[in-house]
Design a protein around this ligand. Structure first.
Ligand SMILES: *Cc1c(COP(=O)(O)O)cnc(C)c1O
Length: 389
């Protein structure tokens, strides 16, 4: 044992398996090759100007420079409640049913510490956002993956969950519109999940990172709009993707008041709340016009079509996703996720993400992110057409 050995919990996080792919990217860049990355899901377009201006004003106010309370500013909680009412038809009590979070990632991680003990299980939608499995492990509990089934529209097969896992499960993580598959909430899934949660006393955590990023007229619901959802669950809402605010760390948890009280209790021991200037800028974003969001979505939809068409030309057929900033596609015959991504890098100098990065059920797929500026994305797509056909 050495003084720098990490904890057993940290050691238990699965190793990062894509060092080899990253080494190859670095090697190519060093050799002067123009590598285009379609790997990362981080909006390339700026935060809307009216939000930036609200922040500039708020940051100058001495009142907003103090420790924030972990309950959050009343203005922000009210704005979130208004937004949930207007946008989703969900009634939220701003006093007891919403608390700001320093990003959805922080919120999900802290929920693990608020609700899991050693021996407990968290059921994690798979493929999925890595904190659904990393959070439970760091909290000393166990993550059990819940494979999303392509034939079920990327819903999990709830009847296939091991009875022992169900008995031990305390949390269930879901996310629609879904990263990385781009799937939207399958018909009836939320209703069935609520039934399961009631029967087995599991708290449902719906990660709502992409409700505002949808296409072709599809409007994503909130999980909380399903009857009974508030009895068994919470929703984590984030302004990161939909409002081009990833760097700001602006999110909230909404729903079951008792669960939110426990989250708050945990949080008061861990951090000191979301910077109040950011909360006030969040009010401006939530109350602001819809047009900037619609323009963003029109831009992503054009990029999505570009990618889907190019993939068809190289023999990869995918349905156009109705939401998120990703295209999820099966790798061609004869490849694994990793060998295909290495092949694309080698031939076209384009970085795409191996599906296996997002969990075992992601094997056999790859993910392309739509957050690369138009000219670069077009260039990447041209290269893939030329070198992979
Ligand atoms: C990007 C992303 C998040 C991160 O949200 P933050 O509020 O920026 O922490 C959470 N969940 C999913 C599924 C995401 O893709």
């Amino acid at each position: 044992m050495s003084l720098t050995d990490p904890s057993k919990r940290l050691e238990a996080i699965p190793p990062y398996m894509f060092a080899e792919l990253e080494r190859k990217v670095a090697e190519k860049k060093k050799a002067g090759i123009d590598v285009i990355s379609l790997g990362i899901g981080d909006p390339d377009m700026p935060t809307f100007p009216h939000v930036v201006e609200a922040m500039q004003a708020a940051v100058a106010e001495n009142d907003n420079q103090k420790y924030p309370s972990n309950r959050g500013r009343e203005e922000f909680r009210d704005a979130l409640a208004r937004f949930y009412g207007r946008r989703f038809g969900v009634e939220i009590d701003p006093e007891s049913e919403v608390i700001p979070a320093i990003g959805a990632k922080e919120c999900i991680y802290n929920l693990c510490f608020a609700f899991l003990d050693p021996g407990d299980v968290a059921l994690a939608s798979d493929p999925g956002y890595p904190v659904y499995t990393g959070g439970p492990v760091l909290a000393g509990a166990e993550a059990v993956v819940l494979p999303l089934v392509p034939e079920l529209g990327f819903a999990p097969d709830l009847d296939a969950i091991d009875p022992d896992d169900l008995r031990r499960a305390r949390l269930l993580f879901l996310n629609y519109p879904n990263n990385p598959t781009g799937a939207i909430a399958p018909e009836g899934l939320f209703e069935r999940v609520i039934e399961l949660a009631r029967e087995h006393e599991i708290l449902v955590v719906h990660d709502n990172a992409y409700s505002e990023t949808t296409y072709d007229g599809y409007v994503a619901p909130s999980f909380l709009a399903t009857p009974g959802a508030k009895d068994v669950g919470v929703e984590v809402f984030s302004l990161s993707k939909g409002f081009n605010m990833t760097g700001w760390r602006c999110a909230a948890i909404l729903g079951n008041a008792d669960a939110i009280q426990s989250y708050w209790r945990l949080k008061t021991n861990v951090d000191s709340g979301l910077f109040e200037a950011i909360q006030l800028a969040g009010v401006t974003a939530l109350d602001g016009p819809r047009e900037p969001l619609e323009e963003m979505n029109a831009l992503y939809a054009r990029r999505r079509d570009l990618v889907v068409d190019a993939l068809a030309e190289i023999g990869v057929d995918v349905a156009s996703p109705k939401g998120t900033i990703y295209v999820w596609a099966p790798v061609p015959e004869g490849y694994t996720s990793t060998t295909f991504c290495e092949h694309v890098l080698e031939e076209a100098a384009v970085v795409i993400s191996p599906g296996s990065m997002y969990g075992p059920s992601g094997e056999g797929f790859f993910r392309i992110s739509l957050t690369t500026p138009d000219e670069r994305l077009t260039e990447a797509v041209e290269r893939m057409r030329e070198h992979l056909s």
